[in-house]
Design a protein around this ligand. Structure first.
Ligand code: SAM
Length: 397
């Protein structure tokens, strides 16, 4: 048995990774399979897009009839934080095999792929990582992606997920380049706890300044993602809600997930949406907002007194695979069809091997057509969801 593969055991009907005294690094699970083969000169309807299918005009459909509407692009697998639930320092240390610089997709390669995705129906691109603001001159990439929007004349949303450390410096340039929305990950207002959770010597006040800079640059309302881990930061739920309600930003509570293989995930550590709402309702009653777009990961709630909104992302308690319209492009150009995917489709090999746009588009279409991933729905089913998962920093959160 591979000593690095987490053992899974049934508990209360849910398959979970048992608690371990120490986080154990896994073997590198970044194997890519080659993207599905298609002929270079294919002129017919793309695979995965039957000419007569309802929704064909809207783009690609997978085997469960889910369209491909969102693309998350990881622009680097490096991060300046070492969040204990995402990139724990024991694993992501000096010896960690980060992707080499020349293996990263260039901005030109990313833009070319984006154009192919958008011309096949993708309507939202989110830049993420790792920490995307560590990628030098990210605003140039944003400008190039905005150029795709202009060139194709479609309503393409361009968004960013960041830890906010460099946001104060970058917000205005990013907005000017065409960024429309920013989501900032922040798990605590308490400075000592923030430093403990991000495991870096960095003040929370600078992330808060970054959030205000983003709002001032026109990226409002800023969304704040808070991963809640029992016994660690759940006492910050109310202070965070109060703080962001006052400032008009949208705080979203995320259930701690079993992504990757290195965060020592245990079901006991999850604070469920229901429990979060109970606390919020005790002080600041909320009611559901019913117009959440299909494919949205968050459920929206408005404060009954009209003072704003919060969101809940119930990754564990309420799987949203049925609505999942997201694909992910890894740092080195592998296409993943699920956050919990185990294998990517190597688009970089096509890009660098001289394939034309039609051939790459057909490969994307074929991969999407075969997609049947629904990891979160199968999580509680014995034998349903298992195996090595890709690290979130590589695949893009
Ligand atoms: N560095 C950027 C940031 O901090 O926002 C982007 C990458 S980060 C992987 C993207 C998001 O994933 C963050 O909001 C982070 O909190 C979330 N995340 C990471 N690990 C998670 C986990 N185990 N469960 C739930 N959310 C997680």
């Amino acid at each position: 048995m591979d000593a690095h593969v987490p053992q899974r055991a049934p508990l209360g009907g849910l398959m979970i990774t048992p608690a371990r005294g120490r986080v154990i690094p896994i073997r590198d699970a970044r194997a890519s399979r080659t993207a599905p083969r298609v002929s270079a000169g294919s002129q017919g309807p793309e695979e995965g897009l039957p000419a007569e299918a309802p929704g064909a005009k809207a783009g690609l459909l997978d085997s469960l009839h889910r369209p491909l509407l969102d693309l998350r692009i990881s622009v680097t697998d490096r991060c300046n934080f070492r969040c204990v639930y995402c990139m724990p320092r024991e694993v992501f240390d000096h010896d960690y095999p980060y992707v080499a610089h020349d293996a990263l997709l260039s901005f030109e390669e990313i833009t070319r792929l984006a154009r192919i995705f958008v011309s096949r129906g993708t309507r939202k691109i989110r830049l993420t990582g790792g920490e995307p603001l560590l990628r030098r001159d990210l605003e140039s990439l944003v400008r190039m992606l905005a150029g795709v929007r202009a060139e194709l004349g479609v309503p393409l949303g361009i968004a960013l997920t960041t830890n906010g450390a460099l946001l104060q410096r970058k917000a205005a340039a990013l907005a000017e380049a065409g960024l429309q929305r920013v989501t900032v990950s922040l798990d605590a207002l308490d400075d000592a706890l923030f430093r403990r959770m991000s495991d870096v010597d960095f003040p929370v006040s600078q992330v808060l300044a970054g959030i205000e800079a983003a709002a001032a640059a026109g990226l409002a309302p800023v969304k704040i993602n808070m991963v809640v881990k029992r016994g660690l930061n759940d006492h910050q739920i109310l202070p965070m809600a109060r703080y962001f309600r006052e400032r008009g930003h949208v705080l979203r509570f995320i259930e701690f997930m079993d992504v990757g293989n290195s965060n020592g995930w245990r079901l006991d550590d999850v604070v469920f949406t229901e429990q979060v709402l109970e606390r919020i309702n005790g002080e600041m009653p909320v009611e559901p907002v019913s117009d959440a777009a299909s494919g949205a990961v968050a459920q929206r709630w408005r404060y009954r007194d009209g003072s704003g909104e919060i969101g809940t992302i119930s990754s564990i308690s309420r799987a949203f695979c049925g609505d999942c319209t997201r694909a992910r492009l890894s740092t080195e150009g592998s296409l993943y069809l699920c956050l919990f995917g185990q294998q990517g489709h190597d688009l970089r090999a096509l890009l660098r091997g001289g394939a034309g746009d039609a051939q790459i588009g057909a490969a994307i279409g074929a991969a999407w057509a075969a997609r049947d991933d629904r990891y979160s729905e199968l999580r509680g089913v014995p034998g349903g969801a298992s195996g090595q998962r890709i690290e979130m920093s590589y695949i893009g959160g």
